[in-house]
Design a binder for this molecule. Structure first.
Ligand SMILES: [Zn+2]
Length: 360
C-alpha cells in the first residue's frame, strides 16, 4: 500500500526543486537518483529526457513530464486540511509532479512489499508545457514499450482523457515600410495596421464545442514616431473534429491571401504548423480495458471525458504507443490556486501500483 507520509514528502521535496520548462536539469538529476534507487538502468537521451528501463519482456511505459509553468520558482508547498497548496505567489507544480510522485510511490511500495509486477519503462520528459518538445524529441529507439499510462490529467486519477484535439500553430510576419511619422507618413506602410486588420478578420475564442481559436502574441514597431515597418503575431487553433479543422485552416489561409491582395506593397508571410494530432480513445484497447478495470476494482468510477489540451500522449501515440492519460490529483493547474488533494494523490499511487501488479 502506498505510504501517504512518504508520498506527500516526496511530492513536496520535488516541487521545491525549480523546473520551469527548459530548466529541468536539477529535477532530472533528482529523478535519475530516485529511479536508480528503485533498481532501474537510467539513461538520458540526447534531448535530456529521463528514460528508465529494466530487463524483462514487453514493458508498460509510465510517463509524466518534469517541467512546470510560471510562476513556478521558489515554490513553498504547505498542507491545508487534506490539500497541498502553494503560498499563493506561485503555482504548486502538481502538474506534473503529482504524477511523477505517484509513479515513484507506486514502484516503491511494490518493491517494499516484494510484489510481482510487469516489466516497466519510465519516461520523464522535458518541455511538455512549451509544445510537447520533450516527447517530440524523445529517442524512440530507446523505448521498447507499446503501451503507456501517462499521468498528466486534471483531477482524480479516474479522470481519463477520452479525446484530445489537433493543434495548429501559426506565425505571421508583416513587412511594411518605415517613414517619419510627422514629416512624411505618406511614404510609410504601417505593418501594425495591417497586422491588426488581419487579426480582426480571424475567428476568435470558442468556435464550437470542440474548436477554439486564439491569437496569443503580437509585437511590432520600434519607436513612437516612425511608421512601423515590422509586425509579427502568433496564434493557434485546435479542434477534435478533422473536418472543422480543415475548413478553419482554409478560412485562415483565405484571410491571409485577401490581406496580401489588399496590401500588395507589403509582404505578409504566414506559417501554419500542426504541432500535435488529435486522438479519440478506443475503449477496446487492451490498455484502456486494464486501466478502467483497475479503477473499478478500487471503487473509482472511470470518468472518461474529452480535453481541450494536448499531452505527451498526443505525440507518443503517433509513434505507435497506445496511451491512456489519467488524472494526477492536481486541480486548477497553471494558476496560483493550484492544489493537490492528498487522498486523490494516494489513490493515484495505489492505482499505479495496481496497474503494474494486475498487468499480465
Ligand atoms: Zn502537465
Amino acid at each position: 500500500m502506498a505510504d501517504q507520509e512518504r508520498l506527500v514528502n516526496s511530492f513536496c521535496e520535488m516541487v521545491q526543486i525549480d523546473s520551469p520548462s527548459d530548466e529541468e536539469e536539477d529535477v532530472a538529476r533528482h529523478l535519475v537518483d530516485r529511479l536508480e534507487g528503485l533498481g532501474f538502468q537510467v539513461a538520458r537521451d540526447a534531448h535530456g529526457n529521463v528514460i528508465a528501463s529494466e530487463e524483462g519482456g514487453q514493458p508498460l511505459l509510465l510517463s509524466a513530464h518534469m517541467d512546470t509553468v510560471e510562476p513556478g520558482r521558489g515554490i513553498k508547498p504547505r498542507i491545508q486540511g487534506d490539500r497541498i497548496v502553494s503560498d499563493g505567489t506561485t503555482i504548486l507544480g502538481g502538474d506534473c509532479k503529482a504524477g511523477v510522485a505517484a509513479i515513484l510511490e507506486g514502484l516503491q511500495s511494490i518493491k517494499d512489499e516484494g510484489l510481482t509486477r510487469c516489466p516497466v519503462q519510465v519516461v520523464f520528459t522535458r518541455g511538455e508545457e512549451i509544445g510537447l518538445i520533450g516527447a517530440t524529441n524523445l529517442d524512440y529507439s530507446m523505448i521498447r514499450a507499446k503501451e503507456s499510462v501517462v499521468f498528466d490529467g486534471n483531477g482524480p486519477v479516474n479522470t481519463i482523457t477520452g479525446a484530445s484535439p489537433t493543434y495548429v500553430g501559426f506565425d505571421v510576419t508583416v513587412k511594411g515600410r518605415a517613414a517619419h511619422a510627422g514629416v512624411e507618413p505618406e511614404k510609410g506602410i504601417s505593418a501594425i495596421r495591417i497586422a491588426s486588420d488581419i487579426i480582426s478578420q480571424l475567428p476568435n475564442g470558442r468556435l464550437d464545442e470542440e474548436t477554439t481559436f486564439n491569437v496569443g502574441t503580437i509585437a511590432g514597431g520600434s519607436v513612437r514616431n516612425a511608421v512601423p515597418s515590422d509586425a509579427t503575431f502568433s496564434g493557434e487553433f485546435r479542434s477534435r473534429n478533422t473536418e472543422t479543422l480543415d475548413l478553419l485552416r482554409m478560412d485562415v489561409e483565405a484571410v491571409f491571401e485577401k490581406a496580401r491582395q489588399k496590401y500588395s506593397e507589403a509582404t505578409i508571410d504566414d506559417q501554419l504548423e500542426v504541432l500535435f494530432h488529435m486522438y479519440n480513445l478506443d475503449p477496446n484497447d487492451q490498455i484502456v480495458k486494464l486501466v478502467t478495470r483497475v479503477m473499478s476494482d478500487l471503487n473509482l468510477k472511470p470518468n472518461i471525458k474529452p480535453s481541450g489540451g494536448g499531452t505527451d500522449a498526443n505525440v507518443m501515440r503517433h509513434h505507435g504507443i497506445e496511451c491512456v492519460v489519467v488524472g494526477m490529483s492536481t486541480n486548477e493547474m497553471h494558476t496560483i490556486n493550484e492544489y493537490v488533494v492528498i487522498p486523490d494523490l494516494v489513490n493515484t499511487a495505489i492505482f499505479c501500483q495496481n496497474v503494474l501488479t494486475a498487468k499480465p
